[in-house]
Design a protein around this ligand. Structure first.
Ligand code: GTP
Ligand code: MN
Ligand code: MN
Ligand code: MN
Ligand code: MN
Ligand code: MN
Length: 214
């Protein structure tokens, strides 16, 4: 495989400290060390969106995540079967989990964003992007209710609030307080920066926001 390398999460020093997942430099993706690891691939589906929310908040973009059967938030995608190509796996899982019409929308090797590995979990997690128009994203949301895995693996597809309210806490900072599966929180943060949806300083501010009394 040839994977693009679009950026680095080094600027977010705390990412690697938060859990056991470490970013894999592109040069090491083929290392034998990972041969015995399970691999999975997930996808960041997003659309540019400048229509203000409540006529106040700039949405920045619309990004889809899902509430999983285990209570965690994560991205659509899943485990790569034996001998299965990584992009085949992520496209297949998106068809199963959100009923994505892969004739219209599918990821390619060029859509690779970042990969992480965990020594402890013996797991490699690949992350891809799928950019669509806002009209297409709305169709994707509607179709998701008819997915094979809806109601079992997937309990709902949601949009992420990327704006922050005047109290400097509600909105994106609160969303980041949820529980995220694997390194999906790190993947979200990395993709926002790599895809120029949010500036690193803004992400750092949201990560460090403290709770308020509401
Ligand atoms: P089954 O079809 O039940 O096998 O599940 P799946 O193939 O859909 O697998 P799943 O999406 O649960 O992902 C497999 C592994 O990746 C698990 O170990 C999860 O902990 C992890 N994982 C799940 N979702 C995400 C995600 O969005 N990002 C990251 N980084 N890891 C995830
Ligand atoms: Mn109301
Ligand atoms: Mn699945
Ligand atoms: Mn899955
Ligand atoms: Mn699966
Ligand atoms: Mn499954």
């Amino acid at each position: 495989h040839t994977w693009g390398w679009l950026g680095s999460t080094e600027q977010f020093g705390r990412i690697s400290e938060l859990n056991e997942f470490i970013e894999i430099p592109k040069s090491q993706l083929q290392d034998e060390k990972y041969a015995c690891f399970a691999q999975a691939a997930h996808c960041f589906i997003y659309a540019e969106n400048s229509k203000k929310v409540f006529n106040i908040y700039h949405p920045r973009a619309t990004i889809l995540m899902q509430l999983r059967y285990d209570g965690y938030f994560g991205f659509p995608g899943g485990l790569i079967d034996a001998n299965e190509d990584i992009v085949n796996a992520v496209n297949r899982e998106m068809a199963e989990e959100i009923n994505l019409n892969t004739d219209l929308h599918s990821v390619t090797n060029d859509d690779h964003v970042i990969s992480h590995w965990s020594e402890k979990k013996k797991l490699v997690l690949h992350f891809y992007k799928l950019k669509v128009t806002m009209a297409e994203l709305i169709e994707i949301e509607k179709r998701a209710l008819l997915a094979q895995d809806y109601g079992s693996e997937v309990l709902g597809t949601v949009r992420i609030p990327l704006y922050t309210l005047g109290d400097h806490y509600r909105g994106f900072p609160v969303f980041l307080k949820h529980n995220f599966i694997g390194c999906s929180r790190e993947q979200l943060i990395a993709a926002l920066s790599i895809l120029n949806i949010m500036k690193p300083e803004e992400i750092k501010l949201a990560l460090s926001a403290n709770s308020i009394n509401i």
